[in-house]
Design a protein around this ligand. Structure first.
Ligand code: ADE
Ligand code: ZN
Length: 337
């Protein structure tokens, strides 16, 4: 292991952009399909992995939604979530803010309660077992209507004391943030945090809309913001966190090569960028794999890695005392390494 890889391995960090359904590893998919007597259109784990070659976001989403069909019971959602926490405990992840897509499941007859309760129980057990704290973020599927998002938000009402925020994901182009102003107004009125995928494949004006119309607290991806100098200046001035996902960007052809990845440029422009895995089971790696790959491709320094780890806590929805505690732990770690 190189010096920097070892440094990454032990660096305390938070993960702020992770779709639980995207952490569904093929081995677990087969095990759960067998348990549920569900049929999957693959013969082996190798065949599944071979199918994970995408030329854009939609290519990936088609297979991602199909795989999620295997998840039926509260135990399935528990196992999915607990497996993710077990995996990232080994990456020295201390806090996670994770997405789930309830509409993917309720549309096929799985109740909101089954999904949310399974996930929440695993998050509680993960904190007990590994000391990983968590926040849960309910994502609306942007290819569906705002009426569907509003109905989903209504269904979530009994869980809102255990849900930290709402997000917006799925097919971006053609489904701008402006489509979801009313449901974001409702979530804001309920005191929830607000995030949205913006500027992954969609243009910089989508990021403006997420800021001005949805009034989001954090941007997921945000790569295309760099096309617009005024937007960059605003993001820097307002210290808006970007949850950047290098291996996802590579696998979905948002960047051609990791050497072209804008992460370092974002830091140099004063943006609060963070490193995350997005859908690790599909994109070839968990958060430390993302750190290692982008560090190698861009030649990131220890100081930049420390900034990225600090940004992950600064950009989190933890309270100020918890943030301060994690920042101190990073300084302590960096001083000894
Ligand atoms: N759902 C899961 N991963 C996603 C991504 N990278 N972009 C949009 N929607 C998603
Ligand atoms: Zn995402």
């Amino acid at each position: 292991m190189s010096d920097l890889d070892a440094f990454i391995a032990g660096l305390p960090k938070a993960e702020l952009h992770l779709h639980l359904e995207g952490s569904f590893e093929p081995e677990q998919m087969f095990a759960i399909a067998r348990r549920n007597k569900a049929v999957i259109p693959f013969k082996s784990v190798e065949e599944v992995r071979a199918a994970y070659r995408f030329s854009n976001l939609q290519d990936f989403l088609d297979i991602y939604y199909q795989s999620a069909n295997v998840l039926l019971t509260e135990q399935d959602f528990y196992d999915l979530t607990f497996a993710y926490l077990t995996r990232v405990a080994a990456d020295r992840v201390r806090h996670v803010e994770v997405f789930f897509d309830p509409q993917t499941h309720t549309a096929r007859g799985v109740s909101f309660a089954v999904v949310a309760d399974g996930i929440l129980k695993a998050l509680a057990d993960g904190e007990r077992e590994f000391g990983i704290t968590s926040k849960l973020i309910l994502c609306f599927l942007r290819h569906l209507s705002e009426a569907d998002a509003l109905a989903t938000f209504k269904r979530a009402e009994p869980w809102l004391n255990r849900i930290a925020g709402v997000g917006l994901d799925s097919s971006e182009v053609g489904h701008p943030p402006s489509k979801f102003t009313r449901v974001y107004d409702a979530a804001r009125a309920a005191g929830l945090k607000l995030v949205a995928h913006a500027g992954e494949e969609g243009p910089a004006p989508y990021v403006w809309e997420a800021l001005d119309l949805l009034k989001i607290d954090r941007i997921d991806h945000g790569n295309r913001s760099l096309d617009d100098d005024k937007l960059v200046a605003r993001l820097a001035r307002e210290r808006i966190t970007l949850t950047v996902c290098p291996l996802s960007n590579l696998k979905l052809c948002v960047v051609k090569d990791l050497k072209d990845h804008p992460l370092r440029r974002m830091l140099q422009l004063g943006l609060r960028a963070t490193v995350n895995s997005d859908d690790p089971a599909y994109f070839g790696g968990y958060v430390n794999d993302n750190f290692r790959a982008v560090t190698k491709a861009l030649g990131l320094t220890k100081a930049e890695l420390v900034t990225l780890a600090k940004n992950s806590f600064l950009g989190s929805f933890l309270d100020d005392d918890d943030k301060a505690r994690h920042l101190t732990a990073i300084d302590f770690y960096a001083a000894g390494n």
